[in-house]
Design a protein around this ligand. Structure first.
Ligand SMILES: [Zn+2]
Length: 188
């Protein structure tokens, strides 16, 4: 199984569910658990899904540390970013993290701000790639584009309202760049 094929949800859970064969696959070591079978885990009997979750916690120290221990070339995180993320994961305050890292609390806050910015950028990149790679989105867009062309022919008398362009700004960029959603997003 190629790493790049995993979804964010699968990465976040630490396993892949293969419905065709009824198997849970650990994304870190490839161990499988078969749905319907009863497993012995932590000295008692349990379901495949529960055994999968316990395996990830017991064998890989949980999904968080499993992902953090991946090669830097895969997750792309610096050592500082990993320290900051671990502090957040362990619910440590900025002061405690700053003392452990030997940096100021203000720098910790700056790191956190950058991580939130990376999160926003990563999500937008994923959404952009969906427009290119997601077959369902592609098909729907093509369908809408085709039916839109037909409607223009069917209803030629609807007056089109020209948007008033702002100075020095391309009209097509105004809506998205100033939408409250993005403003709120930036402030978080
Ligand atoms: Zn594993």
């Amino acid at each position: 199984m190629e790493f790049k094929e995993l979804t964010v949800q699968e990465l976040a859970h630490g396993y892949v569910w293969d419905a065709e064969v009824g198997l849970y696959h650990c994304i870190f070591c490839g161990e499988t658990f078969e749905k319907g079978l009863i497993y012995r885990s932590r000295s008692r009997m349990t379901s495949a899904r529960r055994a999968m979750a316990e395996h990830i916690l017991d064998s890989h120290n949980g999904v968080f540390y499993g992902l953090m221990s991946l090669d830097k070339q895969i997750h792309g995180l610096s050592d500082s970013q990993k320290d900051i993320l671990e502090g957040m994961y362990l619910e440590k305050g900025n002061r405690e993290v700053s003392e452990e890292m030997g940096i100021s609390a203000a720098t910790v806050r700056t790191h956190k701000f950058h991580i939130q910015r990376m999160k926003r950028e990563a999500k937008i990149l994923l959404a952009l790639l969906e427009q290119i790679e997601n077959e369902q989105i592609l098909q729907e867009r093509k369908h809408l584009e085709q039916s839109g062309a037909k409607e223009t022919v069917s209803y030629p008398n609807i007056p089109s309202k020209e948007p008033e362009p702002a100075e020095h700004v391309q009209p097509s960029l105004i809506g998205n760049s100033l939408h409250p959603f993005f403003t709120q997003y930036n402030l978080k």
